[in-house]
Ligand binder design. Structure first.
Ligand SMILES: Nc1nc2c(ncn2[C@@H]2O[C@H](COP(=O)(O)OP(=O)(O)O)[C@@H](O)[C@H]2O)c(=O)[nH]1
Ligand SMILES: [Mg+2]
Length: 206
């Protein structure tokens, strides 16, 4: 069973599908990460090649990943933006060894954060400072500084150093995403069932 299937089991999400957007520049390691997260016993993948830009879609039992390469595709942006509304969590992957393109990664992140379908939502963002094994790789703290992550105040976010080829660092990220999503789901349930929760608490206090 893969990491994300364990996560969905733990959350009791057997039937519900959670949409995770996996974003980042091309070559940052997104496909490698998603492959590592897939259940080891079901490597079936549904890759949808699209002329001009690429969207990969992977499905596990209850999680649906949509993967975009964000660079070099500005002119296709309006075609994939409509996936933003559906996303309930974001995994943003950075090539820590590619300092030259870190500026481009920051621009893409800023564009994403300022998008009307993302801006006002408390959608959790997990950053992978990937390719930590490369000699030129900068630390996760440095990546966080270069991307100005401290300025993200209205969304839960977390950054993990990772080596996707070896699968290192991925579990830590998944653990964080698991905890954060569970907290958000609980909060949502508490708010939507406010009245019944109040009744239960009143009875408990009697
Ligand atoms: N050294 C190293 N190479 C990696 C790592 N993650 C991915 N790669 C390699 O980087 C290249 C691009 O990876 P890929 O997953 O296709 O990137 P994508 O374009 O973001 O989907 C491939 O050759 C991967 O094997 C990593 O953590 N360390
Ligand atoms: Mg890819």
């Amino acid at each position: 069973m893969g990491l994300f299937d364990k996560l969905s089991l733990w959350l009791g999400l057997k039937k519900k599908e959670v949409n995770v957007l996996c974003l980042g520049l091309d070559n940052s390691g997104k496909t490698t990460i998603i492959n590592q997260l897939k259940p080891s016993d079901s490597q079936a993948q549904d890759v949808v090649p699209t002329i001009g830009f690429s969207i990969e879609k992977f499905k596990t039992t209850s999680l649906s990943f949509t993967v975009f390469d964000m660079s070099g595709q500005g002119r296709y942006r309006n075609l994939w933006e409509h996936y933003y509304k559906e996303g309930q969590a974001i995994i943003f992957v950075i090539d820590s060894g590619d300092q030259l393109r870190m500026v481009v990664a920051k621009e893409e992140l800023d564009t994403l954060l300022n998008h009307s379908d993302i801006m006002h939502r408390r959608i959790p963002i997990l950053f992978f400072a990937n390719k930590m094994d490369l000699r030129d790789a900068v630390s996760a703290v440095k990546v966080s500084q270069l991307l100005c992550l401290e300025s993200i105040r209205d969304k839960p976010w977390h950054i993990c150093a990772s080596n996707a080829v070896k699968g290192e660092g991925l579990q830590e990220g998944v653990d964080w995403l698991q905890g954060t999503m569970a907290g958000l789901i609980l909060l949502h349930q508490l708010l939507t069932h406010r009245d019944s929760v109040a009744v239960v608490i009143s009875f408990a206090l009697l």
